[in-house]
Design a protein around this ligand. Structure first.
Ligand code: AMP
Length: 400
């Protein structure tokens, strides 16, 4: 069966068409600037030349029409007819407490996703637009929702409750949800395969370090604690997000700078993190470059980020009875998969726990391998994530 995987952002849309016989990507692409001047699609059918088409796209429906046309284009497309698409898997950011697993989308599911717009006002609306557009373009094809939050629904209350009046959990469901769940789950499954362990017995600390970053403590194959919280703003300092700060900073800034709650939220989400500190860029490659040219604040931004990561890894070690229980620490996502310096700085800074990187094994990008030295107390791995494959697998399982 061929499965179309859709990941809709507010103005962008990523897609992959995967042939599940052999789990091979047959086409993929990105639509950018949806609803903004300069909309375009970058489409690639594997084995054919890449195609860029610029045309006005007023909404996600227009964007998905262009995706479908590109997929079946006689010259650069991948399939002859849309009838070949067996199912569509959608990434949905927030499932709240309603979804601990992926589901086939029906009216009740749509209602629940809509209800969770309240806790994910930036993320769920574009996901909903993508689902609605696919439903109208492929009315006879089953649609599946795969939630970023689902994997973390196994966290115990000691890790998901914030120490604020309990009534706010009851009234507004304010709690830690965690995100990047599809990635942490993929990494958990893949690490179990690599280490030859039953996934239900594996204990890990998984580090998804990209533009958005989160760390998860995985106990017996299940999420036990994670660094993102009520929203994806919590936890580590990220590209543009502050991560954890003293909450009193919010009213202080509002008062001093005469800002609204929305404006402060915007600063913490879009102007903070390594961008805020360095003043150079939110992109870690730019910051690494600036750093090597002697830019002090870029160095500080990287140091703060790495220190954040080390402190959360250290905290999550306390969730296990002993270090011997932890099978591995795993790096993934843009930075985790690609930056040998970041991985080495993080791991070598945890020498108090007996961790040690193997410089030769670590000297690579985007490969799947063990990067710790044999004498390291805990194994360290780097594994490229594959959220799209995870979504496609769940979709196949549910529609079969
Ligand atoms: P993601 O959100 O997973 O796509 O990750 C994007 C982030 O990974 C960006 O900040 C990139 O700069 C960073 N990244 C990608 N490749 C590298 C690399 N070779 N070295 C350092 N950072 C990288």
């Amino acid at each position: 069966m061929k499965i179309l995987v859709i990941n809709c952002g507010s103005s962008s849309l990523k897609y992959q068409l995967i042939d599940m016989d052999g789990e091979k990507v047959i086409a993929k692409g990105l639509v950018e600037r949806i609803g903004i001047e300069g909309s375009r699609i970058k489409h690639e059918t594997i084995g054919k030349e890449k195609k860029v088409i610029e045309e006005p796209l007023k909404d996600h429906n227009d964007a998905l029409k262009l995706v479908m046309n590109s997929i079946v284009d006689p010259e650069f497309g991948a399939i002859k007819s849309l009838d070949e698409i067996g199912a569509v898997g959608h990434r949905v950011v927030h499932g709240g407490e309603d979804f601990a697993q992926s589901v086939v989308i029906d009216d009740n599911v749509m209602e629940a996703i809509n209800k969770n717009v309240e806790v994910a006002p930036l993320h769920n609306p574009p996901n909903i637009m993508g689902i609605e557009a696919c439903k109208s373009l492929l009315p006879n094809v089953k649609q599946v929702a795969v939630f970023d939050t689902a994997f973390h629904q196994t966290m115990p209350p000691i890790n998901y409750l914030y120490a604020i009046p309990y009534k706010f959990y009851e009234k507004y469901k304010i709690r830690r949800y965690g995100f990047h769940g599809t990635s942490h789950m993929y990494i958990t499954n893949r690490t179990a395969e690599i280490l030859g362990k039953d996934v239900n017995e594996i204990n890990l600390i998984t580090c998804h370090l990209g533009n958005g970053s989160s760390i998860t403590a995985v106990k017996n194959g299940k999420s036990y604690d994670t660094s993102m919280g009520f929203t994806p703003l919590d936890g580590l300092a990220m590209g543009t997000r502050s991560g954890i700060i003293d909450p009193a900073i919010v009213p202080y800034l509002m008062e001093k700078e005469h800002l609204s709650a929305e404006q402060v939220n915007n600063i913490l989400n879009k102007e903070s993190g390594v961008l805020g500190i360095s003043g150079v860029s939110s992109d870690f490659r730019d910051i690494e470059d600036a750093c090597s040219e002697g830019n002090e604040r870029s160095k500080l931004a990287l140091d703060i980020f790495e220190n954040n990561v080390r402190k959360i890894i250290g905290a999550y070690m306390t969730e296990f009875k002993s270090l011997d229980e932890i099978d591995a620490i795993v790096f993934t996502a843009g930075l985790g998969e690609n930056s040998k310096e970041t991985r080495a700085n993080i791991i070598n800074g945890l020498s108090a726990f007996g961790l040690k990187i193997d410089d030769e094994a670590n000297n690579m990008r985007g490969e799947e391998r063990i990067i710790s030295s044999p004498e390291s107390k805990i194994k360290v791995l780097s594994i490229p994530t594959n959220e799209e494959l995870m979504i496609a697998r769940d979709t196949l399982r549910l529609v079969k």
